[in-house]
Design a protein around this ligand. Structure first.
Ligand SMILES: Nc1ncnc2c1ncn2[C@@H]1O[C@H](COP(=O)(O)OP(=O)(O)OP(=O)(O)O)[C@@H](O)[C@H]1O
Ligand SMILES: [Mg+2]
Length: 272
């Protein structure tokens, strides 16, 4: 459903994404991991048609990511959810319903379901400006699902959610994937990736270092340890990090020695 081939994105001289290939199938829950500045949000924005790639192709359901067809298939929850402060949550949901041209009766049923799923009933008729961050996020999730998307793209979904809300959102990801939706989620929460994802992709300096199931990654790195160790061994960087990335030293064998497809220190186009 989501298909990136040879995608690069430059911001001036900065190569944020570097010849990236990424595929997420129907029903697959794909967790995108990587240190700060690795290129996750940039990639996600290209999938959602909000940024144009400098090179390569991005398609959603076989349509160019910027096309109307792709947008109809897709729901996007950004890392910083935005709501209109002077609308109530219910008015915001209605606005989204109208934007997608959903028939009113179907929209009413769908909205009621989502209010229940995300437990919005206590505050949905109050102004969005009065919401806490977690309340806002729950409304944004409900709005994302209003049109029954076939592709769900979520950037850092669980920041600011209390354990109960996080549980609701995690269950929703799994149920969406089980119903055939392609889910692409970026997260820094390795435990979430480990708990939910069918496939994990680790990106650094705009390049995919490795992808596979957690079991695949463990086998390749010959490690039974926590996902955090795998992540750090791939992205910690033998030379250390000085550019805002995770400050931990490398642990375990370097990726290349473990048979991975790309070096953990790609120099292609890296601008420092
Ligand atoms: N609009 C922009 N202009 C210039 N550089 C940008 C822009 N957006 C992103 N970048 C750069 O591209 C690189 C990738 O940024 P991106 O936001 O995709 O990282 P990320 O993996 O989402 O990081 P984080 O985990 O911190 O959210 C960074 O070096 C960032 O500074
Ligand atoms: Mg980001």
């Amino acid at each position: 459903m989501i298909d990136l081939q040879g995608v690069s994105k430059l911001f001036g001289p900065k190569r944020a994404v570097d010849r990236l290939d990424l595929h997420v199938r129907q029903g697959e829950l794909f967790a995108f991991l990587g240190p700060n500045g690795a290129g996750k949000t940039t990639t996600i924005k290209m999938v959602c048609g909000l940024l144009a790639p400098t090179a390569g192709t991005v398609t959603v359901g076989g349509h160019p990511a910027t096309s109307r067809e792709a947008r109809q298939l897709l729901a996007y929850v950004p890392d910083q959810p935005y709501l209109y402060e002077k609308l109530t949550g219910r008015e915001f949901l209605r606005f989204v319903v109208e934007m997608y041209g959903i028939e009113p009766r179907a929209a009413a049923v769908r909205t009621a379901e989502l209010v229940e799923t995300f437990e919005l009933g206590d505050f949905i008729d109050e102004l969005c400006e009065s919401y806490s961050q977690g309340m806002k996020q729950r409304v944004v999730f409900a709005a994302a699902l209003v049109h029954d998307p076939r592709v769900l793209v979520v950037d850092e979904p669980l920041v600011g959610l209390d354990p109960r809300s996080a549980r609701i959102v995690k269950d929703m990801f799994v149920s969406q994937a089980r119903s055939g939706v392609a889910v692409l989620m970026s997260t820094h929460l390795l435990a979430i990736a480990e708990e939910l994802a069918d496939t994990v992709g680790i990106i650094d300096h705009g390049r995919m270092l490795t992808r596979g199931t957690i079991a695949d990654l463990r086998e390749r790195l010959q490690s039974n340890g926590p996902l955090e160790d795998l992540f750090l061994s791939l992205t910690g960087g033998a030379q250390g990090s000085t550019d805002g990335r995770l400050p931990h030293p490398a642990v375990g064998p370097p990726g290349e020695a473990a048979g991975l497809s790309a070096s953990p220190q790609p120099d292609g186009g890296r601008v420092s």
